[in-house]
Design a protein around this ligand. Sequence first.
Ligand code: G4P
Length: 534
Amino acid sequence: MTYANETRRRRTFAIISHPDAGKTTLTEKLLLFSGAIQIAGSVKARKASRHATSDWMEIEKQRGISVASSVMQMLYREHVINLLDTPGHKDFSEDTYRVLTAVDSALMVIDAANGVEAQTRRLIEVCRQRDTPIITFVNKMDREVRDPLDILDEVERELGMPCVPMTWPVGQGKSFGGIVNLRTQAMTVFDSGSERLPQDFETIPLTEQAQLAERFGSEWTAAMDSMELATGASPTFDEAAFLAGKQTPVFFGSGVNNFGVMEVLDALVDLAPAPKPRTSNLIVNKQPVVKEIQPEDSAFSGVVFKVQANMDANHRDRIAFVRMASGKYTPGMKLKVQRTAKELRPTSVVTFLSQRREAVDEAYAGDIIGFTTHGGVQLGDTITDGANLQFTGLPFFAPELFMTVILKNPLRTKQLQTGLDQLGEEGAIQVFKPEIGGPMLLGAVGQLQFEVVQHRLKAEYDCDVRLEGCQYTGARWITADTPAELREFTNAYPQRMSLDAAGTLAYLCTSPYDVRLAQERFPKIHFHPLREHA
Ligand code: G4P
Protein backbone atom coordinates (compact mmCIF):
# COMPACT_ATOMS: atom_id res chain seq x y z
CA MET A 1 0.00 0.00 0.00
CA THR A 2 1.24 3.48 -0.66
CA TYR A 3 0.27 6.68 1.04
CA ALA A 4 0.61 8.99 -1.93
CA ASN A 5 -2.73 10.72 -1.31
CA GLU A 6 -1.73 11.61 2.21
CA THR A 7 1.80 12.75 1.49
CA ARG A 8 0.76 14.81 -1.52
CA ARG A 9 -1.39 17.01 0.70
CA ARG A 10 1.37 17.70 3.22
CA ARG A 11 3.36 20.92 3.36
CA THR A 12 6.18 21.21 5.84
CA PHE A 13 7.90 24.55 6.05
CA ALA A 14 10.01 26.68 8.36
CA ILE A 15 9.32 30.30 9.05
CA ILE A 16 12.52 32.32 9.13
CA SER A 17 13.28 35.93 9.89
CA HIS A 18 15.39 38.35 11.82
CA PRO A 19 13.96 39.05 15.30
CA ASP A 20 11.13 41.60 15.22
CA ALA A 21 10.38 41.29 11.51
CA GLY A 22 6.98 39.88 12.42
CA LYS A 23 7.41 36.10 12.42
CA THR A 24 5.30 35.51 15.52
CA THR A 25 2.55 37.77 14.24
CA LEU A 26 2.47 36.04 10.87
CA THR A 27 2.51 32.58 12.45
CA GLU A 28 -0.44 33.59 14.53
CA LYS A 29 -2.34 34.90 11.53
CA LEU A 30 -1.66 31.74 9.53
CA LEU A 31 -3.11 29.73 12.41
CA LEU A 32 -6.05 32.08 12.62
CA PHE A 33 -6.82 31.93 8.92
CA SER A 34 -6.56 28.17 8.78
CA GLY A 35 -9.03 27.98 11.63
CA ALA A 36 -6.50 26.37 13.96
CA ILE A 37 -7.08 29.12 16.50
CA GLN A 38 -10.05 31.45 16.94
CA ILE A 39 -8.46 34.51 18.40
CA ALA A 40 -5.01 35.79 17.67
CA GLY A 41 -2.92 36.45 20.72
CA SER A 42 -2.13 32.98 21.95
CA VAL A 43 1.18 32.61 20.13
CA LYS A 44 2.18 36.08 21.21
CA ALA A 45 1.25 35.37 24.77
CA ARG A 46 3.29 32.24 24.52
CA LYS A 47 6.19 34.21 23.13
CA ALA A 48 6.07 36.42 26.18
CA SER A 49 5.78 33.64 28.70
CA ARG A 50 6.86 30.73 26.58
CA HIS A 51 7.11 27.54 28.58
CA ALA A 52 6.25 29.43 31.68
CA THR A 53 5.86 26.15 33.51
CA SER A 54 9.31 24.95 32.69
CA ASP A 55 12.03 26.11 35.06
CA TRP A 56 14.97 25.69 32.81
CA MET A 57 13.44 28.05 30.36
CA GLU A 58 13.77 30.83 32.89
CA ILE A 59 16.80 32.17 31.07
CA GLU A 60 14.72 32.44 27.97
CA LYS A 61 11.98 34.28 29.79
CA GLN A 62 14.44 36.66 31.33
CA ARG A 63 15.93 37.50 28.03
CA GLY A 64 12.69 37.44 26.10
CA ILE A 65 14.16 35.43 23.29
CA SER A 66 13.10 32.10 21.99
CA VAL A 67 15.54 29.32 22.64
CA ALA A 68 13.32 26.48 21.58
CA SER A 69 11.85 25.89 18.18
CA SER A 70 8.32 24.73 18.03
CA VAL A 71 6.06 22.89 15.68
CA MET A 72 2.50 23.68 14.74
CA GLN A 73 0.15 21.76 12.51
CA MET A 74 -2.89 23.16 10.76
CA LEU A 75 -5.42 22.12 8.17
CA TYR A 76 -6.17 24.40 5.28
CA ARG A 77 -7.96 23.66 2.01
CA GLU A 78 -7.71 19.91 2.62
CA HIS A 79 -3.98 20.24 3.19
CA VAL A 80 -2.01 19.41 6.30
CA ILE A 81 0.41 22.24 6.92
CA ASN A 82 3.29 21.72 9.33
CA LEU A 83 4.87 24.96 10.41
CA LEU A 84 8.24 24.84 12.15
CA ASP A 85 9.23 27.92 14.04
CA THR A 86 12.91 28.74 14.30
CA PRO A 87 14.63 30.43 17.21
CA GLY A 88 15.61 33.91 16.19
CA HIS A 89 18.54 34.57 18.48
CA LYS A 90 21.85 34.21 16.71
CA ASP A 91 23.39 32.15 19.47
CA PHE A 92 20.93 29.40 18.79
CA SER A 93 21.39 29.29 15.08
CA GLU A 94 22.62 25.69 15.18
CA ASP A 95 19.21 24.59 16.33
CA THR A 96 17.68 26.61 13.53
CA TYR A 97 19.93 25.02 10.93
CA ARG A 98 18.77 21.61 12.04
CA VAL A 99 15.14 22.65 11.83
CA LEU A 100 15.82 23.62 8.24
CA THR A 101 16.86 20.04 7.48
CA ALA A 102 13.38 18.90 8.49
CA VAL A 103 11.41 21.06 6.08
CA ASP A 104 10.63 21.09 2.37
CA SER A 105 10.34 24.86 2.02
CA ALA A 106 10.85 28.09 3.94
CA LEU A 107 8.80 31.21 4.42
CA MET A 108 11.06 34.22 4.82
CA VAL A 109 9.59 37.24 6.61
CA ILE A 110 11.26 40.58 5.95
CA ASP A 111 10.61 43.90 7.65
CA ALA A 112 10.02 46.26 4.72
CA ALA A 113 11.83 49.04 6.56
CA ASN A 114 14.94 47.02 7.33
CA GLY A 115 15.23 44.72 4.34
CA VAL A 116 17.33 41.56 4.66
CA GLU A 117 18.94 41.60 8.11
CA ALA A 118 21.88 39.70 9.59
CA GLN A 119 20.04 36.70 10.99
CA THR A 120 18.02 36.19 7.84
CA ARG A 121 21.21 36.25 5.81
CA ARG A 122 22.68 33.31 7.70
CA LEU A 123 19.47 31.33 7.37
CA ILE A 124 19.31 32.03 3.68
CA GLU A 125 22.78 30.55 3.28
CA VAL A 126 21.59 27.28 4.75
CA CYS A 127 18.48 27.25 2.57
CA ARG A 128 20.65 27.90 -0.45
CA GLN A 129 23.03 25.09 0.40
CA ARG A 130 20.10 22.73 0.49
CA ASP A 131 18.27 24.34 -2.45
CA THR A 132 15.24 24.82 -0.20
CA PRO A 133 12.46 26.70 -2.02
CA ILE A 134 11.84 30.07 -0.35
CA ILE A 135 8.62 32.10 -0.34
CA THR A 136 9.22 35.74 0.64
CA PHE A 137 6.80 37.87 2.65
CA VAL A 138 7.60 41.58 2.86
CA ASN A 139 5.90 42.70 6.06
CA LYS A 140 4.86 45.97 7.70
CA MET A 141 3.74 47.79 4.55
CA ASP A 142 1.45 49.85 6.79
CA ARG A 143 4.56 51.62 8.05
CA GLU A 144 6.89 54.11 6.44
CA VAL A 145 9.15 51.63 4.71
CA ARG A 146 11.56 51.34 1.83
CA ASP A 147 10.68 51.48 -1.82
CA PRO A 148 9.44 48.03 -2.94
CA LEU A 149 11.81 48.03 -5.93
CA ASP A 150 14.66 48.66 -3.57
CA ILE A 151 13.58 45.76 -1.36
CA LEU A 152 13.28 43.39 -4.32
CA ASP A 153 16.71 44.43 -5.44
CA GLU A 154 18.17 43.68 -2.03
CA VAL A 155 16.40 40.32 -1.71
CA GLU A 156 17.72 39.35 -5.14
CA ARG A 157 21.24 40.28 -4.20
CA GLU A 158 21.14 38.56 -0.83
CA LEU A 159 19.43 35.44 -2.08
CA GLY A 160 21.38 35.34 -5.29
CA MET A 161 18.19 34.46 -7.12
CA PRO A 162 15.53 36.43 -8.97
CA CYS A 163 12.41 37.61 -7.16
CA VAL A 164 9.04 37.11 -8.79
CA PRO A 165 6.49 39.54 -7.36
CA MET A 166 3.15 37.81 -6.87
CA THR A 167 1.51 40.83 -5.27
CA TRP A 168 2.50 44.48 -5.50
CA PRO A 169 1.92 47.24 -2.93
CA VAL A 170 0.06 50.44 -3.65
CA GLY A 171 1.57 53.10 -1.39
CA GLN A 172 2.87 52.47 2.12
CA GLY A 173 2.59 53.76 5.64
CA LYS A 174 -0.27 56.20 6.11
CA SER A 175 -1.05 56.08 2.41
CA PHE A 176 -0.92 52.29 2.10
CA GLY A 177 -3.81 51.55 -0.25
CA GLY A 178 -3.51 47.80 -0.62
CA ILE A 179 -1.95 45.19 -2.86
CA VAL A 180 -2.40 44.22 -6.46
CA ASN A 181 -2.65 40.48 -6.96
CA LEU A 182 -0.82 39.83 -10.21
CA ARG A 183 -2.41 36.45 -10.71
CA THR A 184 -6.03 37.49 -10.26
CA GLN A 185 -5.37 40.96 -11.70
CA ALA A 186 -7.31 42.62 -8.92
CA MET A 187 -6.51 45.05 -6.19
CA THR A 188 -7.25 44.18 -2.56
CA VAL A 189 -7.96 47.32 -0.61
CA PHE A 190 -6.17 47.75 2.72
CA ASP A 191 -8.12 47.96 5.92
CA SER A 192 -6.78 47.57 9.45
CA GLY A 193 -7.32 43.98 10.46
CA SER A 194 -8.86 42.65 13.61
CA GLU A 195 -7.70 39.88 15.90
CA ARG A 196 -10.49 37.64 14.70
CA LEU A 197 -11.22 35.80 11.52
CA PRO A 198 -10.12 37.27 8.21
CA GLN A 199 -12.48 39.94 7.13
CA ASP A 200 -13.43 40.13 3.52
CA PHE A 201 -11.20 42.78 2.10
CA GLU A 202 -12.69 44.78 -0.74
CA THR A 203 -11.31 43.85 -4.15
CA ILE A 204 -11.40 45.87 -7.35
CA PRO A 205 -10.45 44.35 -10.71
CA LEU A 206 -7.60 46.10 -12.53
CA THR A 207 -9.91 46.67 -15.45
CA GLU A 208 -11.45 49.44 -13.32
CA GLN A 209 -8.44 51.68 -13.96
CA ALA A 210 -10.34 54.95 -13.80
CA GLN A 211 -11.90 54.12 -10.45
CA LEU A 212 -8.57 52.97 -9.00
CA ALA A 213 -6.72 56.04 -10.26
CA GLU A 214 -9.31 58.31 -8.79
CA ARG A 215 -9.44 56.57 -5.45
CA PHE A 216 -5.71 56.11 -4.89
CA GLY A 217 -4.42 59.12 -6.82
CA SER A 218 -0.68 59.51 -7.22
CA GLU A 219 -0.03 56.34 -5.18
CA TRP A 220 -1.83 54.37 -7.87
CA THR A 221 0.14 55.87 -10.74
CA ALA A 222 3.42 55.37 -8.89
CA ALA A 223 2.48 51.77 -8.03
CA MET A 224 1.57 50.98 -11.65
CA ASP A 225 4.90 52.39 -12.82
CA SER A 226 6.98 50.52 -10.29
CA MET A 227 4.95 47.33 -10.84
CA GLU A 228 5.66 47.54 -14.54
CA LEU A 229 9.35 48.02 -13.85
CA ALA A 230 9.40 45.13 -11.38
CA THR A 231 7.52 42.66 -13.56
CA GLY A 232 9.51 43.72 -16.61
CA ALA A 233 12.78 43.05 -14.82
CA SER A 234 11.69 39.75 -13.22
CA PRO A 235 11.18 36.38 -14.83
CA THR A 236 7.67 34.94 -14.82
CA PHE A 237 6.95 32.46 -12.09
CA ASP A 238 8.49 29.13 -13.00
CA GLU A 239 7.49 26.29 -10.72
CA ALA A 240 10.54 24.18 -11.50
CA ALA A 241 12.91 27.08 -10.82
CA PHE A 242 11.16 27.86 -7.54
CA LEU A 243 11.25 24.21 -6.44
CA ALA A 244 14.95 24.05 -7.27
CA GLY A 245 15.56 27.12 -5.07
CA LYS A 246 16.38 29.26 -8.09
CA GLN A 247 13.72 31.94 -7.74
CA THR A 248 11.50 33.24 -4.96
CA PRO A 249 7.88 34.39 -5.22
CA VAL A 250 7.41 37.62 -3.25
CA PHE A 251 4.28 38.76 -1.40
CA PHE A 252 3.70 42.11 0.30
CA GLY A 253 1.43 42.78 3.24
CA SER A 254 0.97 43.62 6.86
CA GLY A 255 0.82 40.65 9.17
CA VAL A 256 -0.56 42.50 12.14
CA ASN A 257 -3.46 43.70 9.97
CA ASN A 258 -4.17 40.24 8.50
CA PHE A 259 -3.37 41.83 5.21
CA GLY A 260 -1.74 39.81 2.44
CA VAL A 261 -1.67 36.79 4.74
CA MET A 262 -4.30 34.74 2.92
CA GLU A 263 -2.20 35.04 -0.24
CA VAL A 264 0.73 33.50 1.63
CA LEU A 265 -1.37 30.67 3.01
CA ASP A 266 -2.67 29.92 -0.48
CA ALA A 267 0.88 30.00 -1.81
CA LEU A 268 1.89 27.39 0.73
CA VAL A 269 -0.79 25.10 -0.63
CA ASP A 270 -0.47 25.98 -4.32
CA LEU A 271 3.26 26.55 -4.70
CA ALA A 272 5.16 24.96 -1.84
CA PRO A 273 6.28 21.38 -2.42
CA ALA A 274 4.95 18.20 -0.85
CA PRO A 275 7.50 15.99 0.95
CA LYS A 276 10.44 14.98 -1.20
CA PRO A 277 12.33 11.68 -1.26
CA ARG A 278 15.17 11.45 1.28
CA THR A 279 18.47 9.72 0.86
CA SER A 280 19.58 7.01 3.23
CA ASN A 281 23.31 6.43 3.34
CA LEU A 282 24.10 3.34 5.32
CA ILE A 283 27.55 1.88 5.73
CA VAL A 284 27.40 -1.91 5.41
CA ASN A 285 30.71 -3.79 5.63
CA LYS A 286 32.48 -0.45 5.18
CA GLN A 287 30.67 0.08 1.89
CA PRO A 288 28.10 2.87 1.48
CA VAL A 289 24.63 1.63 0.58
CA VAL A 290 22.67 4.53 -0.85
CA LYS A 291 18.89 4.27 -0.98
CA GLU A 292 16.25 6.76 -2.03
CA ILE A 293 13.25 6.62 0.29
CA GLN A 294 10.00 7.81 -1.25
CA PRO A 295 7.51 9.60 1.02
CA GLU A 296 4.73 7.30 -0.09
CA ASP A 297 6.65 4.09 0.73
CA SER A 298 4.67 2.06 3.21
CA ALA A 299 7.48 1.40 5.70
CA PHE A 300 7.88 3.95 8.49
CA SER A 301 11.06 5.99 8.55
CA GLY A 302 12.05 9.31 10.03
CA VAL A 303 14.91 11.29 11.46
CA VAL A 304 15.38 12.99 14.82
CA PHE A 305 16.19 16.63 14.11
CA LYS A 306 15.71 17.97 17.58
CA VAL A 307 15.83 16.62 21.10
CA GLN A 308 14.48 18.73 23.88
CA ALA A 309 14.80 17.88 27.52
CA ASN A 310 12.36 18.29 30.33
CA MET A 311 9.64 20.12 28.46
CA ASP A 312 7.54 19.16 31.42
CA ALA A 313 9.43 20.15 34.53
CA ASN A 314 7.67 17.45 36.55
CA HIS A 315 9.02 14.65 34.43
CA ARG A 316 12.62 14.03 33.61
CA ASP A 317 11.78 13.11 30.07
CA ARG A 318 13.03 14.19 26.73
CA ILE A 319 11.12 14.72 23.59
CA ALA A 320 12.63 13.63 20.30
CA PHE A 321 11.17 15.49 17.34
CA VAL A 322 11.02 13.21 14.33
CA ARG A 323 10.43 14.36 10.81
CA MET A 324 8.75 11.46 9.05
CA ALA A 325 10.31 10.55 5.72
CA SER A 326 7.97 7.73 4.72
CA GLY A 327 5.17 5.42 5.81
CA LYS A 328 2.42 5.86 8.31
CA TYR A 329 2.63 6.15 12.06
CA THR A 330 -0.06 4.55 14.16
CA PRO A 331 -0.10 4.24 17.95
CA GLY A 332 1.55 1.17 19.39
CA MET A 333 3.81 0.66 16.41
CA LYS A 334 7.14 -1.06 17.06
CA LEU A 335 10.01 1.18 16.04
CA LYS A 336 13.76 0.94 16.35
CA VAL A 337 16.66 3.33 16.58
CA GLN A 338 19.08 2.51 13.78
CA ARG A 339 22.23 3.54 15.66
CA THR A 340 21.68 1.16 18.55
CA ALA A 341 19.33 -1.34 16.87
CA LYS A 342 17.26 -0.99 20.06
CA GLU A 343 13.53 -0.71 20.18
CA LEU A 344 12.26 2.81 20.74
CA ARG A 345 10.02 2.74 23.78
CA PRO A 346 8.32 6.07 24.08
CA THR A 347 6.14 6.89 27.06
CA SER A 348 3.98 8.98 24.76
CA VAL A 349 3.86 10.06 21.15
CA VAL A 350 2.46 13.43 20.26
CA THR A 351 1.66 15.73 17.37
CA PHE A 352 1.57 19.47 17.67
CA LEU A 353 -1.91 20.39 16.55
CA SER A 354 -2.22 24.15 16.67
CA GLN A 355 0.38 24.28 19.41
CA ARG A 356 -1.27 21.80 21.72
CA ARG A 357 0.45 18.53 22.19
CA GLU A 358 -1.99 15.76 21.37
CA ALA A 359 -1.72 12.02 21.11
CA VAL A 360 -1.09 10.96 17.53
CA ASP A 361 -3.78 9.01 15.71
CA GLU A 362 -1.87 8.74 12.51
CA ALA A 363 0.92 10.62 10.80
CA TYR A 364 2.55 10.49 7.39
CA ALA A 365 5.70 11.64 5.62
CA GLY A 366 6.20 15.35 6.17
CA ASP A 367 4.60 15.28 9.62
CA ILE A 368 6.53 15.95 12.78
CA ILE A 369 5.88 13.66 15.70
CA GLY A 370 7.34 13.87 19.16
CA PHE A 371 8.48 10.78 21.04
CA THR A 372 8.74 11.28 24.76
CA THR A 373 11.51 9.04 26.04
CA HIS A 374 13.90 8.68 28.94
CA GLY A 375 16.94 8.55 26.70
CA GLY A 376 18.32 6.28 24.01
CA VAL A 377 17.59 8.76 21.25
CA GLN A 378 20.11 11.22 19.84
CA LEU A 379 20.00 14.10 17.50
CA GLY A 380 20.35 12.75 13.97
CA ASP A 381 19.08 9.26 14.80
CA THR A 382 17.14 7.44 12.12
CA ILE A 383 13.99 5.69 13.33
CA THR A 384 12.38 2.91 11.29
CA ASP A 385 9.87 0.12 11.73
CA GLY A 386 12.58 -2.41 10.99
CA ALA A 387 14.51 -1.52 7.86
CA ASN A 388 18.18 -0.57 8.08
CA LEU A 389 18.40 3.03 7.01
CA GLN A 390 20.49 6.03 7.93
CA PHE A 391 19.47 9.50 6.86
CA THR A 392 22.31 11.96 6.74
CA GLY A 393 22.56 15.69 6.45
CA LEU A 394 21.97 16.90 10.01
CA PRO A 395 24.71 19.48 10.45
CA PHE A 396 26.94 20.14 13.43
CA PHE A 397 29.08 23.22 13.06
CA ALA A 398 32.59 23.44 14.43
CA PRO A 399 32.33 25.59 17.57
CA GLU A 400 34.19 28.86 17.71
CA LEU A 401 33.98 29.36 21.46
CA PHE A 402 35.34 26.99 24.07
CA MET A 403 35.14 26.77 27.85
CA THR A 404 36.51 24.29 30.34
CA VAL A 405 34.01 22.86 32.81
CA ILE A 406 35.11 22.81 36.43
CA LEU A 407 32.81 21.06 38.85
CA LYS A 408 32.56 22.84 42.20
CA ASN A 409 31.62 19.69 44.12
CA PRO A 410 33.69 16.73 42.88
CA LEU A 411 31.18 14.29 44.37
CA ARG A 412 28.77 15.21 41.57
CA THR A 413 31.09 13.94 38.81
CA LYS A 414 28.69 11.23 37.73
CA GLN A 415 25.76 13.65 37.48
CA LEU A 416 27.90 16.06 35.52
CA GLN A 417 28.78 13.29 33.10
CA THR A 418 25.10 12.42 32.64
CA GLY A 419 24.18 16.07 32.23
CA LEU A 420 26.84 16.74 29.65
CA ASP A 421 26.01 13.53 27.78
CA GLN A 422 22.37 14.50 27.60
CA LEU A 423 22.92 18.13 26.74
CA GLY A 424 25.45 17.04 24.12
CA GLU A 425 22.99 14.57 22.62
CA GLU A 426 20.41 17.30 22.51
CA GLY A 427 22.80 19.58 20.65
CA ALA A 428 22.41 22.31 23.30
CA ILE A 429 26.19 22.42 23.43
CA GLN A 430 29.01 20.39 21.99
CA VAL A 431 31.04 18.42 24.45
CA PHE A 432 34.64 17.48 23.76
CA LYS A 433 36.61 15.04 25.82
CA PRO A 434 40.38 15.55 25.48
CA GLU A 435 42.06 12.24 24.65
CA ILE A 436 44.90 12.87 27.10
CA GLY A 437 42.38 13.40 29.92
CA GLY A 438 41.66 16.49 31.97
CA PRO A 439 38.48 18.52 32.28
CA MET A 440 35.79 18.36 29.62
CA LEU A 441 35.52 21.15 27.10
CA LEU A 442 32.32 22.78 26.00
CA GLY A 443 32.15 24.15 22.49
CA ALA A 444 29.51 26.61 21.36
CA VAL A 445 28.63 28.66 18.35
CA GLY A 446 27.15 31.46 20.50
CA GLN A 447 28.04 32.74 23.95
CA LEU A 448 24.52 32.39 25.29
CA GLN A 449 24.68 28.62 24.90
CA PHE A 450 27.21 28.48 27.77
CA GLU A 451 24.89 30.37 30.07
CA VAL A 452 21.96 28.13 29.26
CA VAL A 453 24.04 25.01 29.82
CA GLN A 454 25.46 26.27 33.10
CA HIS A 455 21.94 27.10 34.26
CA ARG A 456 20.55 23.75 33.16
CA LEU A 457 23.38 21.76 34.77
CA LYS A 458 22.46 23.38 38.05
CA ALA A 459 18.68 23.24 37.70
CA GLU A 460 18.34 19.78 36.20
CA TYR A 461 21.39 17.86 37.39
CA ASP A 462 22.23 19.73 40.57
CA CYS A 463 25.75 20.38 39.31
CA ASP A 464 27.27 23.70 40.16
CA VAL A 465 29.97 24.34 37.59
CA ARG A 466 32.41 27.08 36.84
CA LEU A 467 33.23 27.73 33.21
CA GLU A 468 36.75 28.89 32.48
CA GLY A 469 38.20 30.22 29.29
CA CYS A 470 40.77 28.10 27.49
CA GLN A 471 43.18 28.52 24.63
CA TYR A 472 41.02 26.84 21.97
CA THR A 473 39.22 28.85 19.34
CA GLY A 474 38.12 26.19 16.94
CA ALA A 475 37.84 22.51 16.13
CA ARG A 476 37.97 20.43 13.00
CA TRP A 477 36.61 16.94 12.65
CA ILE A 478 39.33 14.68 11.35
CA THR A 479 39.22 11.85 8.86
CA ALA A 480 41.87 10.06 6.82
CA ASP A 481 41.79 7.57 4.01
CA THR A 482 43.73 4.95 5.97
CA PRO A 483 43.99 4.16 9.69
CA ALA A 484 47.79 4.45 9.46
CA GLU A 485 47.57 8.04 8.21
CA LEU A 486 45.17 8.90 10.98
CA ARG A 487 47.42 7.31 13.60
CA GLU A 488 50.41 9.25 12.34
CA PHE A 489 48.45 12.47 12.74
CA THR A 490 47.04 11.73 16.18
CA ASN A 491 50.50 10.72 17.39
CA ALA A 492 51.87 14.06 16.21
CA TYR A 493 49.23 16.07 18.12
CA PRO A 494 48.14 13.95 21.11
CA GLN A 495 47.31 16.99 23.26
CA ARG A 496 45.00 18.38 20.56
CA MET A 497 42.86 15.31 19.99
CA SER A 498 39.40 15.00 21.50
CA LEU A 499 36.21 13.04 21.05
CA ASP A 500 32.83 14.73 20.69
CA ALA A 501 29.51 13.47 22.09
CA ALA A 502 29.06 11.11 19.16
CA GLY A 503 32.59 9.75 19.61
CA THR A 504 33.90 11.48 16.49
CA LEU A 505 37.54 12.52 16.51
CA ALA A 506 38.23 16.24 16.47
CA TYR A 507 41.38 18.35 16.36
CA LEU A 508 41.28 21.37 18.68
CA CYS A 509 42.96 24.49 17.39
CA THR A 510 44.11 27.74 18.89
CA SER A 511 44.09 29.86 15.73
CA PRO A 512 43.16 29.60 12.06
CA TYR A 513 46.88 29.28 11.24
CA ASP A 514 46.96 26.23 13.37
CA VAL A 515 44.73 24.31 11.00
CA ARG A 516 46.63 25.58 8.00
CA LEU A 517 49.95 24.48 9.45
CA ALA A 518 48.62 21.07 10.44
CA GLN A 519 47.09 20.72 6.98
CA GLU A 520 50.41 21.58 5.34
CA ARG A 521 52.24 19.09 7.50
CA PHE A 522 49.63 16.37 6.91
CA PRO A 523 48.17 16.97 3.47
CA LYS A 524 46.38 13.61 3.46
CA ILE A 525 44.30 14.41 6.55
CA HIS A 526 40.81 15.83 5.96
CA PHE A 527 39.80 18.70 8.27
CA HIS A 528 36.02 19.16 8.38
CA PRO A 529 34.44 22.40 9.69
CA LEU A 530 31.06 20.73 9.59
CA ARG A 531 30.05 17.28 10.71
CA GLU A 532 26.97 15.63 9.33
CA HIS A 533 25.44 12.99 11.46
CA ALA A 534 26.28 9.67 9.86
P1 G4P B 1 9.20 38.34 15.58
O1 G4P B 1 8.41 37.15 15.98
O2 G4P B 1 9.74 38.25 14.20
O3 G4P B 1 10.25 38.73 16.57
O4 G4P B 1 8.21 39.61 15.51
P2 G4P B 1 6.76 39.85 16.11
O5 G4P B 1 5.74 39.11 15.34
O6 G4P B 1 6.77 39.71 17.57
O7 G4P B 1 6.60 41.38 15.71
C1 G4P B 1 7.50 42.38 16.16
C2 G4P B 1 6.77 43.70 16.28
O8 G4P B 1 6.33 44.12 14.99
C3 G4P B 1 5.53 43.62 17.13
O9 G4P B 1 5.40 44.88 17.77
C4 G4P B 1 4.41 43.47 16.12
O10 G4P B 1 3.16 43.90 16.58
C5 G4P B 1 4.94 44.33 15.01
N1 G4P B 1 4.38 43.97 13.70
C6 G4P B 1 4.26 42.74 13.13
N2 G4P B 1 3.70 42.83 11.92
C7 G4P B 1 3.46 44.13 11.70
C8 G4P B 1 2.87 44.85 10.62
O11 G4P B 1 2.47 44.32 9.61
N3 G4P B 1 2.79 46.21 10.78
C9 G4P B 1 3.22 46.86 11.89
N4 G4P B 1 3.09 48.16 11.93
N5 G4P B 1 3.77 46.19 12.91
C10 G4P B 1 3.89 44.87 12.84
P3 G4P B 1 5.75 45.07 19.28
O12 G4P B 1 5.59 46.51 19.56
O13 G4P B 1 7.07 44.45 19.58
O14 G4P B 1 4.69 44.20 19.99
P4 G4P B 1 3.17 44.54 20.23
O15 G4P B 1 3.20 45.38 21.46
O16 G4P B 1 2.65 45.29 19.05
O17 G4P B 1 2.53 43.23 20.42
